[in-house]
Design a protein around this ligand. Sequence first.
Ligand SMILES: Nc1ncnc2c1ncn2[C@@H]1O[C@H](COP(=O)(O)OP(=O)(O)OP(=O)(O)O)[C@@H](O)[C@H]1O
Length: 297
Amino acid sequence: MLQITCLNKSYGNHRALRDIDMSVPSGVVFGLLGPNGAGKTTLIRIVNQIIEQDSGEVELDGKTLSPSDIRKIGYLPEERGLYKKMKVWDQLLYFAQLKDLPPNEAKLQIKSWLEKLDLGAWKDKKIEDLSKGMAQKVQFISTVIHRPSLLILDEPFSGFDPVNAEIIKNEILELKEKGTTVILSTHRMESVELLCDHVAMINRSRKILDGTIQQVKNSFRPEVFEITLTQLKQPIPPEWIPKQAEDLWHFSLPLSGKSPNQLLSELMELGEVLVFREKIPSMEEIFIHQVKAKANE
Ligand SMILES: Nc1ncnc2c1ncn2[C@@H]1O[C@H](COP(=O)(O)OP(=O)(O)OP(=O)(O)O)[C@@H](O)[C@H]1O
C-alpha cells in the first residue's frame, strides 16, 4: 500500500534518513521501530506531507503521494494536540470536516465512536474538563473519524491505563479487520508482539531490519534449548551449570552443530526429559541486541 524508495532527509548537516526503502503491505499492522532519534518521526512526517524529503519517492496505492492523499491518512502524532477550550462534539466535527467528511455522516460517525469509547456523556464538555485518558480517546477518534485507509499511530498507548490501552488495542485490531493499514510507531515491545504483523527498524537514520515478526524472530534464533530433566540416570556435567529444584534440573544448551533430535536423544540417556524447548527471542531482546550491536560498530 505504501512504497518508500531511497528516501533521504537531512536537517542542516544532520542526516535523519539515509536511503530508506520500505514496503508496507495493505491490511497489516506495520511496526516502525527504533531508538530515540533514529528518524521515525521524520519518516512519518514525510508520509504525512508535513515536511518534504530531500530525495527519494513515496507512493501510496501505486501513485506518488499528493496533497489529496491526506484524506486517506489518519495521523495520531506523539505530541497530542486538541483545542482545550473547545467541546468534545464541536472539536470532532471540526476535525471530520477538515478531512472533507459531509456533516451528516460526520455526526453519525462521532455519535457512534463516542458511544463505543464510553464518552457519550462527555460530548458537551470542554477538553480541559476531561481526564488525560479521556482526552486521548477523543484524539484517537479524531484520527479515525474519516475512515482513513492508512492509519499512522505514534505511541498510541501513552497516557492510557491498562484497561483503556486494551480497548484501544482492540479498536486497532478491529480497524485492521475492516481493511485499514496501520503503521504503529512505539517503544513498547509487548504491543509490537501483540499487534504487529510486520516490522521495520530504523537506527541512526538507516533501516537495519525488515520483515514479518516470524521472519525477524527466525533470523535471531540463537539455537539454544531450555531443558528440564528429572530422575537422573547419570550426573549432569557441571559445565552445563544446572539449577536444581528438588528432583528437577534446569539448564540451557546450544545445539553446537547437532540436530534437535540428536541433542534430545543424548539428554534422554541422562534422565527423563520434562522440558525441551527452543529459546525464541522476544522483540524486546532483538531490539536491544540490534541497537547495542550497531552502537559498537
Ligand atoms: N526539525 C528538526 N531540526 C533539526 N534536527 C531535527 C529536527 N527534527 C528531528 N531532528 C533530528 O533528526 C533526528 C531524527 O529525529 P526523529 O524525531 O525523526 O527521531 P525519532 O526516531 O522519531 O525519535 P523518538 O523516538 O525520540 O521520537 C534526531 O537526531 C533529531 O534530533
